[in-house]
Design a protein around this ligand. Sequence first.
Ligand SMILES: Nc1ncnc2c1ncn2[C@@H]1O[C@H](COP(=O)(O)OP(=O)(O)O)[C@@H](O)[C@H]1O
Ligand SMILES: [Mg+2]
Length: 245
Amino acid sequence: MRSNAIELRGVSRTFGSGDGQVTALDDVSLAFEQGTFTAVMGPSGSGKSTLLQCAAGLDRPASGSVRIGGTELTTLTERRLTLLRRARVGFVFQAFNLLPSLTAEQNVALPLRLAGRRVPKSEVRAALARVGLTARARHRPGELSGGQQQRVALARALVTRPEVLFADEPTGALDSRTGRDVLALLRAMVDTEGRTIAMVTHDPVAASCADRVVFLVDGRVHGELTGAPAAGIAARMTTLKAVPC
Ligand SMILES: Nc1ncnc2c1ncn2[C@@H]1O[C@H](COP(=O)(O)OP(=O)(O)O)[C@@H](O)[C@H]1O
Ligand SMILES: [Mg+2]
């Protein structure tokens, strides 16, 4: 049996207090086996981004347990958590989070620099080449389209060769052809390199590239599908949206 690369048990996360309190995650338990590709879907506001951030150690749940490669994250100090993220985790943010004053290649090199590692130009160039952006290495984010910025963000997450990769709508800003290329790249990372990927998406076609789709509604897991075609995933999404609020 494969081991779990990521494991959440009874994870809850609330924002605010009193009348304004929002429960973003409500007692979520999920395991992501090593070397598998999982898509996370659900209506807007259902907790998908919060789930990814808690699973990646970027946000701390109010309660519950989060493990990456067997290490419990919720009890780590900030410093140890940062070191673990740098060593093992890649994250592609929904809003890219690129530094506007740095070029594409400087943005991609950043995680290596922050980790105090040597930054071989060849690795940075290889990461940009994997996302088809060799010709844009010297451009700043403001000189790139949304789709190109999204691919720089992906290259930045790949450059450290993370064991686990979290991607929040990584194809959301891409045209369909570039989106397909990015999905093929993610699939190959799982199939040939044994990495573990959790990807939020609204697109049933993108989700059908994953091994499994987990559905969230109102911060709770609302079932999953394994190996489903895009049409089956789309049909399930329609039933989720019909859930009364
Ligand atoms: N930093 C925050 N402060 C207050 N509320 C938040 C914050 N982040 C998320 N939320 C709320 O938590 C819920 C889940 O948000 P999110 O995880 O971003 O959903 P999704 O990614 O599925 O659209 C939403 O109701 C959202 O408004
Ligand atoms: Mg989101």
